[in-house]
Design a protein around this ligand. Structure first.
Ligand code: FES
Ligand code: FE2
Length: 433
């Protein structure tokens, strides 16, 4: 795995290039029937992208920021993102976790340039304004000028010029933040079902252990990846690895559940040793099944049922995080929009402090399914990279999402696009489209 060095946003404020001032999307109409159609223009319009950042990422939503165990000691920090805005997650003198906008209150320089570290305070590289771990302005050079000249006005109030502080909440050892004062509590934002799954995925009070990071830049709009993470239909068709080694099959028990009107999404499947590798009506449909393939090391595809429910549950929390459980590989996929046509994917792999050596090895081995070159995840990146130019070249073209019906009811099959319909129902409402 690579060291954690999340990528810089290639664009400016809100990721919106200069030409984004013309809001072409406001003149467009969503195609009918609205519930089952998606227009391609939503994937490449910079002005629409800027609005999405305002509505979802900077808006009344809770954003995943990082793990508490990444900043254990006082002054330990990690840089993260809320949409296209850089933030710093830091352990304060009071031992509390603070999330601060990574933007100097003086003239807006990026304050912290490293991705991780331990500091006593933060000093801006530009004119050396200095802030404590809670983002309060401590001091600035030449406050009273020099040789009787210059300096700040007498009434300059340092307490009014600190870093912007986000609202912070923690759940299951994970740190969340929002710029919005209007956002409901984190619990209400997640809803009961997702809250329960966050606790399940984080070991119900166990202490998390960081295992490592992957990251990659995807040349596609963030919603193409979000759709992909809510799309069980493709899982056994595109990902021949899943099917070949029996980790996921179309005939296993499966639930696709949109929650809170499509805001979040749950995909739960049951791993069955009995059906793994078995040929039947389902497998004959699948051109990608190579049933005679084998692996040198089968531990990669032999999970232990650590949660005691034989389930693999993957779920996504709008706007930016996907909880992944593939066998014993646990990870958070952080979806970081960079521009209308570029998205970073930052994976944080974790386990638990009380894992034994066998479990730790299994988690690391099975993590090979994920990441930029993962046995499974690589397929998604390839497909999405090839979708983006098609969307760019034909913005008036329309996608169809009618697999499994036309509504957003929960379904007990992988052969459904109900989670994608659910997301776009929610998206259109919030965007006014
Ligand atoms: S911009 Fe940070 S000190 Fe001037
Ligand atoms: Fe996929």
């Amino acid at each position: 795995m690579t060291p954690d060095t999340t990528l810089e946003s290639p664009t400016g404020t809100n990721g919106a290039p200069a030409e984004a001032t013309v809001s072409t999307w406001r003149m467009r109409r969503w195609p009918e029937p609205r519930e089952t159609r998606i227009p391609a223009w939503i994937y490449s319009d910079p002005s629409l992208f800027a609005r999405e950042m305002e509505v979802f990422h900077d808006g009344p939503c809770w954003n995943f920021i990082g793990l508490e165990c990444e900043i254990e000691e006082r002054g330990a920090y990690k840089r993260s993102w809320v949409g296209t805005r850089s933030v710093i997650m830091v352990r304060g003198d009071d031992d509390a976790i603070h999330v601060l906008e990574n933007r100097c209150a003086h003239r807006g320089s990026q304050l912290c340039w490293e991705n991780k570290g331990v500091v006593n305070d933060f000093t801006c590289p530009y004119h050396h304004w200095n802030y404590d771990l809670e983002g309060n302005l401590l001091g600035l050079p030449f406050f009273r000028g020099a040789m009787g000249k210059g300096g700040m006005p007498r009434d300059f109030d340092k307490s009014a010029h600190g870093l912007r502080k986000l609202r912070v909440a923690t759940l299951g050892g994970l740190v969340w933040a929002t710029f919005s004062q209007e956002a409901p509590s984190l619990d209400d934002y997640l809803g009961e079902e997702i809250r329960e799954l966050v606790l399940r995925a984080t070991g119900r009070g166990k202490k998390l252990r960081l295992l490592g990071y992957n990251r990659q830049l995807l040349p596609c709009n963030w919603k193409l990846y979000l759709e992909n993470s809510r799309d069980p239909y493709h899982a056994t068709l595109l990902h021949s690895f899943f099917l070949t080694f029996g980790l996921l099959r179309t005939d296993t028990a499966f639930r696709a559940v949109p929650t809170l009107g499509g805001r979040h999404a749950i995909m739960a499947s049951t791993y069955s040793a009995a059906t793994a590798g078995q040929q039947n009506e389902v497998t004959r449909e699948l051109a990608s099944l190579h049933s005679d393939f084998t692996l040198e090391d089968m531990e990669v595809v032999k999970p232990v049922d650590e949660m005691g429910d034989s389930a693999m549950i993957n779920f996504s929390v709008l706007p930016s995080v996907f909880f992944q459980q593939h066998g014993n590989s646990l990870a958070l996929r952080h979806l970081l929009p960079k521009s209308a046509t570029q998205t970073e994917l930052a994976w944080t792999h974790y386990g638990f402090v009380d894992d034994d050596e066998d479990m730790n090895r299994r988690r690391l081995k099975q993590a090979n399914l994920m990441g930029p070159a993962g046995y499974v995840a690589i397929d998604d990146s390839e497909v999405l990279a090839r979708m983006q130019p098609v969307a760019d070249s034909a913005p008036e073209s329309v996608q169809v999402v009618t697999m499994g019906g036309v509504d957003l009811a929960p379904q007990e099959t992988m052969l459904t696009e109900t989670l994608i319909r659910g997301f776009y129902g929610y998206y259109r409402e919030k965007m006014g489209l």
